[in-house]
Ligand binder design. Structure first.
Ligand code: GLP
Length: 241
């Protein structure tokens, strides 16, 4: 596991975009699994900027997402599908044929999870899985205590995750109780993983990862088993004495 520590949002986005660009250079048709949340926003902006300058292209890549709220249609503005469309897919005008996002509103979510796994397999598996980190150590929607041998599946969201997302909308939105998510086995099968960590409220989860001991209560520690992981951490510069 390679850990890069940076102190500004620009360095954070730049280092993450460099890693994406490196992956695209090796394999323009790479398969990406992409996160939602505040953390990857600066990366997406940087990818759009570099793409407009002709410095990289995601046009031949295949795009999947990590997770979705159960019950939300991709057109629902609160859905993770809509988030990724808004911040990356539409600004880059990517071909929707090359995009497969989890359908939170599927009539049978279990069938949707199996179809999603099949689509990932048909695409050749994930080349680069980019992850954010939940304050409770979750990756995608794999909450503390999750099994580590599951592929895409339906999960019960913890109260802490739901409260955090409710707070972001100042309580105006009723956060669903369940989600669909890539499982930890799906994440560990990625050929390369990029974990992005930003935010002071992530200290406990970050410390669990730094301890270097696998712990089911901290799903992020499953990445200790992954083959090729880069962690980029944004931390405030130390205060002058
Ligand atoms: C959600 C998502 C995760 C994401 C996490 C962190 O719970 N399911 O995939 O990593 O939020 O979000 P943020 O980057 O906003 O801190």
């Amino acid at each position: 596991m390679r850990i890069l520590r940076v102190h500004t949002a620009e360095e954070f986005a730049g280092a993450a975009a460099d890693l994406v660009a490196g992956q695209l250079q090796v394999k323009p048709r790479s398969v990406f699994a992409l996160p939602t949340g505040n953390t990857p926003l600066a990366l997406y902006e940087e990818l759009v900027r570099r793409s407009r300058l002709g410095r990289l292209s995601l046009a031949d890549a295949r795009i999947f997402n990590l997770d979705e709220y159960r019950g939300l249609a991709p057109t629902d503005p609160h859905s993770y599908a809509a988030f990724l469309q808004r911040h990356l897919i539409m600004p880059l005008a990517l071909d929707q044929e090359r995009v497969r996002l989890l359908g939170g509103d599927a009539t049978d979510p279990l069938v949707e999870c199996r179809d999603y796994d099949a689509a990932l397999t048909a695409a050749g598996g994930i080349d680069l899985c980019i992850l954010g980190l939940g304050a409770n150590g979750h990756i995608a929607f794999n909450e503390p205590g999750s099994a580590w041998d599951e592929h895409t599946h339906v999960v019960q969201l913890t109260q802490s995750t739901r409260t955090r997302h409710a707070n972001e909308t100042a309580g105006r939105w009723q956060v669903p109780t369940q989600g669909l998510t890539l499982g930890i086995a799906s994440i560990l099968a990625a050929r390369q993983t990029l974990l992005l960590i930003a935010g002071a409220h992530k200290e406990a989860a970050k410390a669990a990862l730094h301890r270097g001991v696998e712990d089911r209560e901290w799903p992020v520690t499953s990445l200790l088993r992954a083959p090729n992981v880069t962690v980029i951490e944004l931390s405030e510069p130390a205060q002058a004495p």
